[in-house]
Design a protein around this ligand. Sequence first.
Ligand code: FES
Length: 345
Amino acid sequence: MTGTGACAVTVVEVVEETADARSLVLAAPDEARDRFGYRPGQFLTLRIPGDGGSGTARCYSLSSAPGVDEHLKVTVKRVAGGAGSNWICDNVRPGDTLEVLPPAGLFTPDRLDGRLLLFAGGSGITPVMSIIKALLARPEGSAVLCYANRDESSVIFAAELRGLVERHPGRLQVIHWLESVQGLPTVGALASLAAPHADADAAFVCGPEPFMNAVAEALRTAGTARDKVVVERFHSLTGDPFAEPEPVPAVSGDAAARVTVTLDGERHSLAWPSETPLLDLLLANGIRAPFSCREGACSACACQVVAGEVKMLRNDVLEEEDLAEGWVLGCQSVPVTDDVEVTYD
Ligand code: FES
């Protein structure tokens, strides 16, 4: 494992889900198992090798569920011209090793014993599948899934979903929407699907951007409270999240703020130079805070400010409701006040 927490995982199996989607079943090494615990709906960041040792990184949602599946599993659908998805679908074989960052992300339910309304478009089913399996593994909780696809042959996990519906009568309802039959789902049609379930405990939405925007509007129309809606947005990564952290500049006691960070039940107190993002500070001090993109685009590094104030250099992913609850991005936060307290737990 490197200073960034990246580690090599072994590809145990490659599953052909549809003509253009593959699942990679991945085993983390024993010594890194504790770093690869995860919550349903989270994602992994994979290093995609390039020519001459260069590489890029891509985030892929986990379709496996903790406590249900023995190994981690990500499901990847080819994107036209997509370097990462096509490389994976064309090249990855059982026995290969891949460099990955530990699971991260906020697309995960607070509780799994309530009623969930789930919207998935295409490969957006991946984190939703993880949530469904985790929910059904508990004695209580139910979910309604509205699942949009181009046509029948592009429905990922069709048989698995059928099996789950049969094995858990009354707990999972799946409503398929096929563009080949019904056309593109409109806001009005989506609102009609959402309306009977508008008072669900939470709504999760994952899919192509136009689909997610249409669902968000449909949920507003149906009357689902905004703070119950969780949307998964991935942006392309331009930086290298696998790069070792820069050394933190030396500062005199007066020139730095002080930050107390709670992470995995431990408290750390550190001098925090005013120009240094919190994530860089933690990594440079050997504290393995979660992250993926390191450029304000994924929310893997989200933490809550409980005292003091920080400012974010960039934020492409947290919404106003998140900010109002004190969420900030560790990779983009620098101190404003002399004393700051932050929690990742
Ligand atoms: S690591 Fe992606 S937003 Fe900070």
